[in-house]
Design a protein around this ligand. Structure first.
Ligand code: ARG
Length: 306
């Protein structure tokens, strides 16, 4: 049987095969473009709903850095655990949302919330004027401070404070510590207030005269560098400092409290709806004792009842 030349009805005219194919390809091209546009649109919608607190959203996406025991760290199976992670779960539960933890470099945490890639920063995050320029903070849930970790036997550990309520004594001890940091290399986690305390920044910290901040991806790596002789001291938040000292032989934590800091959660500036909801949830969880229970599960107190 002879093959029939295919003819295609292109609207009102009957067109020969080649022309018809061209027309078809054009049509196909248009359809492809339309499909791609639709896919992009759908994708954008998903991205939007994944990161913004609109009606379709069912997951709270938390930005953190799991190098900060006991607030956030990875358990033996690589799962994020810690005080903040339990609080995150309690908040998500209050909001009726599923929880997704995104573990990232600490210096990406605030930016990922400001850009909308994540909903909330829960990361032992200190409230600072500098960070307030990019995110809003919830109410605070813990007070902390920077402290020095030093090798046992280092003279900096001999600087003590007999009465922490005595402001003059505390100020004198801080001045003494800072003079001992002059000319030294201090290991800090990148992007932290510890880093800013040593190096100074435009809004919150003057910096320690003559000290050089050496940034590491984690406090643990900073302590390793100190043990290897690559930095002289490590400066980090006080509770994680005690965990690091417990995990590393031959180092101790100075008892001099260098800064006064408060932890809160960071939320995008354009997401006041989520800010209000999280503040209400946090308020409830503080009042009904859940936050304190979580701290105690890890062997600490929130200090919120004081
Ligand atoms: N409180 C300090 C800050 O806000 C350190 C926080 C580090 N957190 C972490 N998950 N690594 O800069």
């Amino acid at each position: 049987m002879q093959k029939q030349l295919p003819i295609i009805n292109d609207g009102d005219s009957i067109v020969p095969y080649k022309k018809a194919m061209e027309a078809n390809m054009k049509k196909f091209g248009k359809i492809l473009v339309a499909v791609l546009m639709l896919a992009t649109l759908v994708g954008a919608c998903f991205a939007f709903t994944a990161c913004n607190n609109d009606g379709a959203k069912d997951t709270l996406i938390v930005a953190t850095n799991c190098e900060f025991e006991p607030f956030e760290y990875l358990d033996d199976n690589g799962n994020p655990v810690g005080i903040d992670m339990d609080i995150a779960a309690a908040i998500a539960n209050e909001l009726g949302l599923k929880l997704q933890i995104k573990d990232m470099a600490f210096d990406s945490v605030v930016g990922s919330v400001a850009s909308g890639a994540c909903d909330i920063a829960i990361a032992g995050l200190t409230v600072t004027e500098e960070r307030k320029q990019s995110v809003n903070f919830t109410q605070t849930y813990f007070s902390s401070s920077q402290v020095v970790i030093a090798k046992n036997g280092d003279a900096i550990l001999d600087v003590t404070v007999s009465d922490p309520e005595n402001e003059d004594e505390v100020a004198a001890a801080i001045a003494q510590i800072e003079s001992m940091l002059n000319g030294k290399r201090v290991g800090v986690q990148n992007g932290t207030t510890g880093y800013s305390y040593v190096s100074g920044d435009s809004d919150d910290y003057e910096g320690v005269a003559g000290a050089t901040a050496v940034g590491f991806p984690s406090g643990a790596l900073a302590v390793q560098a100190m043990l290897n002789g690559n930095v002289d001291y490590v400066i980090i938040d006080m509770v994680p400092a005690s965990k690091l000292a417990a995990a590393n032989q031959g180092v101790s934590v100075s008892e001099v409290v260098l800064t006064g800091e408060d932890y809160a959660f960071g939320i995008a500036k354009n997401n006041s709806d989520l800010l209000n909801k999280v503040n209400a949830a946090l308020d409830k969880l503080i009042k009904n004792g859940t936050i304190e229970q979580i701290f105690q599960k890890y062997g600490y107190s929130s200090g919120l009842g004081e």
